[in-house]
Design a protein around this ligand. Structure first.
Ligand SMILES: Nc1ncnc2c1ncn2[C@@H]1O[C@H](COP(=O)(O)OP(=O)(O)O)[C@@H](O)[C@H]1O
Ligand SMILES: [Mg+2]
Length: 698
């Protein structure tokens, strides 16, 4: 049911803002836009068009008002043309293509068609074809062929099936927005751009991007069936899908064509200062443009008798349907507002106003008898079947891919948990290392304490020796005469009291010295056990490391961390060896101290003096048996005397007789004191031996 209704070409004007250069050159705007339909130039010449857009119009607004109705019509099977006319630099390309940030009619059309095709698929299947050509020097070039130099110039042909067409022009099936954008980009890259005085990037050629939209109604199930048949045949080698494809193409088919045209600049050549190639281009462009002017002029007069000279140029021939034919057409008249362009502005607007009179007879292209429709019908059915088969295959592949990915995901998750385990191991090791470092610090503090204590010990021992030496001298002067001169109990016991008190001071030092020694020994033992602990820790670290290495060949991070740790450990062990050395040094020092304390101390000096004194005074003092017996001592009865005697003779090597006599002559208090000293010294020796034994174990 072809629905034909005559309608005029719609003409809109769009005036761009003054450019920065124009503002800098103090150009004045001579255009005033009077919405919705009027535009005035120099405040006197007014033009009335279908719609006017001022300098602040948006790309979105222009698309919605100008392009969308045409695109909708094309989706419904009409032919549509949107073409931009105007001098170079007036905003044709900006309006048709735009920029990434400010997309123009073409990208917005792609987006809109893609969305409509996606949502309107109920009861209708669309197939989209895209072609992109350039008319340059009256030659047609396919813009979608990579490597332009290989491409020969294309010819315009006409046939019953296809109408007017460019022979050999690529018709690319596109399936979505991205697909269409890619083609646009490729075409733009291939487009020839000349340089003129007017605009360094002005296009010297006309470009036509054509979208053919084939809609197969009621083909959804059939197409799906055809697809299924093809898939089945591929799988089991069954009968062909040809029948199904024919069935798929059985519904109503409509074919809409949309031409998006960006014309070359409409300025007069002399203004551009073109020469040579540029002049040739200019003439050629003018040929197409002047043919366009002639065609439009004749069409606008509406004289049906006159032959319209479409064949005068490639441009008019290709736009034949759009101008006075089966098409809904919009002409965009682009103007720049600067005063120096007044001639071009007026030219463009005059051209635009005239175009408004051109009548078209758009109809829906869905006549089943139409050869073109037949052809598209066949092709669309086939494409659909292929498409569906592809989709089915893709879905199958997709399912397999999903399975594969799920497997991979599982593996990754396992690997991840292993990695997590590894990380926690490393963290554990780091904590252990930190503990070891803290331990080390603690031990260093301890060492310092030991050193301090050692110094204190030295001091005390020196003091003790000094004091005891001093006491021994006092003792000899105080006690010896008393013991010899008098046997009277009274003065002796008085002297004894002093003697008893004095050496006790010496003992106090000894006690303190012992305390200190104990403390040092404890600390050292602690240090030894710390060392053992550290050795255990280091074993544990080594074990963990081996485990981790075994677990994974590529745990580099952990290995590096471990190497660091090993280095740290080595450092720690080194320090421990230092400590060990220090300990040994301390031992030697303490032994030296011990040896010093074993040297004739004040008590031994006392004894020596007593014994020598006895020997010295033997003839006079011990000649009398009464006097010897006077002390009432018997070596045999008194265990203290016995012990002292043994020590003097056996341990210290004094003469037995002299020792015996000295003991016999010794005042009771002094002897007790000496025995105390000896016992205490033995106790010190014992504890020192056990300490040495414990250190030796470590
Ligand atoms: N409506 C507009 N708003 C802002 N800038 C515009 C507008 N129209 C055109 N321009 C700018 O003016 C310059 C020339 O436009 P262009 O589209 O290349 O002209 P043409 O294709 O007609 O030679 C470009 O820099 C473009 O971005
Ligand atoms: Mg341009």
């Amino acid at each position: 049911m072809p629905s034909t209704k005559s309608e005029c070409i719609k003409v809109v004007a769009r005036c761009r803002p003054l450019s920065t250069t124009e503002i800098n050159e103090q150009r004045k705007s001579i255009v005033s836009i009077v919405p919705p339909t009027s535009v005035k130039v120099n405040e006197d010449k007014a033009f009335v068009l279908d719609q006017v857009f001022g300098p602040d119009s948006t790309q979105e607004n222009v698309f919605d008002t100008v392009a969308k109705p045409i695109v909708d019509a094309v989706l419904n099977g009409y032919n549509g043309t949107i073409f931009a006319y105007g001098q170079t630099g007036s905003g044709k390309t900006f309006t048709m293509d735009g920029s990434v940030d400010l997309p123009g009619i073409m990208p917005r059309t792609f987006e809109y068609i893609a969305s409509q095709v996606a949502t309107q698929s109920v009861g209708c299947q669309y197939v989209l074809y895209l072609s992109f050509l350039e008319i340059y020097n009256e030659e047609i070039i396919d813009l979608l062929v990579k490597g332009q130099n290989k491409v020969s110039k294309l010819e315009i042909k006409e046939s019953k099936e296809r109408g007017i067409y460019v022979n050999g022009l690529g018709q690319h099936v596109v399936t979505g927005m991205q697909d269409m954008m890619k083609k646009l980009q490729l075409g733009k890259k291939n487009r020839k751009v000349g340089e003129t005085k007017m605009n360094s990037e002005s296009s010297r050629s006309h470009s036509i991007l054509t979208l053919t939209i084939v809609c197969v109604e009621g083909a959804v199930e059939n197409a799906a069936a055809a697809a299924a048949a093809i898939v089945d045949r591929q799988r089991v080698g069954g009968p062909g899908a040809g029948g199904a494809v024919k069935k798929a193409a059985g519904g109503r088919v409509s074919v809409g064509k949309l031409n998006l045209v960006d014309l070359a600049g409409s300025e007069r050549t002399k203004k551009t200062g073109a020469e040579g190639d540029r002049l040739k281009e200019g003439i050629a462009i003018n040929k197409s443009l002047s043919a366009l002017g002639n065609v439009m002029s004749i069409l606008s007069e509406g004289k049906t008798s006159t032959v319209v000279p479409y064949r005068d140029s490639k441009l008019t021939r290709l736009l034949q349907d759009s101008l006075g034919g089966n098409s809904k057409t919009v002409m965009l008249a682009n103007i720049g507002p600067a005063d120096w362009n007044s001639e071009e502005i007026l030219g463009t607007l005059k051209f635009a106003q005239r175009a408004r009179n051109i009548k078209n007879d758009p109809k829906v292209n869905d006549d089943p008898g139409d050869a073109m429709i037949q052809q598209y019908k066949q092709e669309a059915g086939k494409l659909h079947a292929e498409y569906k088969a592809k989709i089915a295959k893709m879905e199958e592949d997709h399912a397999l891919e999903v399975l594969k990915l799920q497997e991979e995901l599982k593996e990754l998750q396992l690997a991840k948990s292993a990695k997590t385990e590894e990380v926690s191991q490393v963290q554990k090791l780091q904590q252990q290392l930190q503990a070891l470092q803290e331990e080390q610090t603690r031990r260093q503090t301890q060492e310092a304490e030991v050193a301090a204590l050692k110094a204190q010990l030295l001091q005390l021992q020196t003091k003790a020796e000094e004091q005891q030496a001093a006491e021994a001298v006092t003792e000899v002067t105080a006690v010896a005469p008393g013991a010899v001169v008098s046997s009277d109990a009274e003065p002796v016991s008085a002297k004894e009291a002093t003697v008893v008190e004095k050496p006790k001071k010496g003992n106090k030092y000894v006690a303190e010295i012992n305390k200190l020694k104990d403390k040092i020994s404890n600390m050292k033992m602690e240090a030894v056990s710390d060392y053992e602990y550290m050795m255990l820790q280091s074993d544990e670290l080594a074990r963990l490391r081996v485990k981790m290495l075994a677990e994974s060949g590529q745990r580099r991070d952990a290995d590096v961390a471990l190497l660091d740790m090993q280095a740290e450990m080595a450092g720690l062990q080194g320090l421990t060896k230092l400590q060990e050395k220090e300990l040994k040094r301390l031992q030697v020092l303490t032994e030296n101290l011990q040896a010093r304390s074993v040297r004739p101390s004040s008590a031994r000096v006392q004894l020596g003096i007593i014994i020598q004194g006895d020997e010295h005074h033997e003839s006079s003092t011990h000649s009398s048996p009464d006097k010897t017996a006077g002390s009432g001592r018997s070596l045999r009865d008194d265990p203290g005397c016995n012990m002292l005697f043994e020590r003097l003779v056996l341990d210290m090597g004094y003469d037995a007789e002299a020792s015996r006599q000295a003991i016999m002559a010794m005042p009771g208090g002094l002897m007790d004191e000496i025995i105390d000293y000896i016992e205490e010294k033995e106790a010190i020796m014992e504890s020192w031996k056990s300490f040495k034994a414990s250190v030796a174990v470590a």
